[in-house]
Ligand binder design. Structure first.
Ligand code: FES
Ligand code: FES
Length: 176
């Protein structure tokens, strides 16, 4: 058994004893009842199970939960799909997913949402030129599998959020 203390969506979960081989996915879904994080391939191939990890230096990234032990998240701060809406209001990215009909069965949606959110936060710190934006989005979402083939619509939804707040996410072009 191993001790696991973790902060999830701003809520501190007191240290608890978990099996050494318990996956983070099972901890979220079976121990905490947070079933928004999905289990797809179970082999780090589809990325439907990723959560956002917030590092102490202010950076964030996604991490699969299916092949990662719960114990390895000890002391970490993470965000899951349940944490995106604030005070009952969906995030801009969630609203864009709906506007663009990006998902069908929704199984992959939490993964795309977390990845897209990380990209937005990275661009807010380090904006990119408009010319490189589509490639950057494609790179960010690469590896996320959608059995319902919603790839283009997810891409368009992320693009929509960025272009809607271009001053925040894009490098300002010099006026000619
Ligand atoms: S379920 Fe984790 S990557 Fe597919
Ligand atoms: S919406 Fe069904 S797997 Fe992506």
């Amino acid at each position: 058994m191993t001790t696991l203390g973790i902060t999830i969506n701003g809520q501190v979960h007191a240290p608890t004893e978990v099996r050494d081989d318990l996956s983070m996915n099972d901890f979220l879904r079976e121990y905490l009842g947070m079933t928004g994080t999905k289990f797809g391939c179970g082999a780090a191939q589809c990325l439907s199970c990723v959560v956002i990890v917030d590092e102490p230096d202010g950076t964030c990234h996604t991490n699969p939960t299916c092949v990662t032990s719960a114990a390895s998240f000890h002391g970490k701060t993470i965000r899951t799909v349940e944490g995106h809406a604030k005070n009952g209001e969906l995030s801009p990215l969630q609203k864009a997913f709906i506007r663009h009909f990006a998902f069908q069965c929704g199984y992959c949606t939490a993964g795309f949402l977390n990845e897209g959110q990380v990209l937005l936060e990275q661009l807010a710190k380090t904006p990119v030129p408009r010319a490189g934006l589509e490639e950057r989005i494609a790179e960010a979402l690469d590896g996320h599998l959608c059995r319902c083939t919603g790839y283009f619509k997810y891409h368009e939804a992320v693009l929509d959020v960025i272009l809607s707040d271009a001053k925040r996410y894009l490098m300002q072009e010099p006026r000619g």
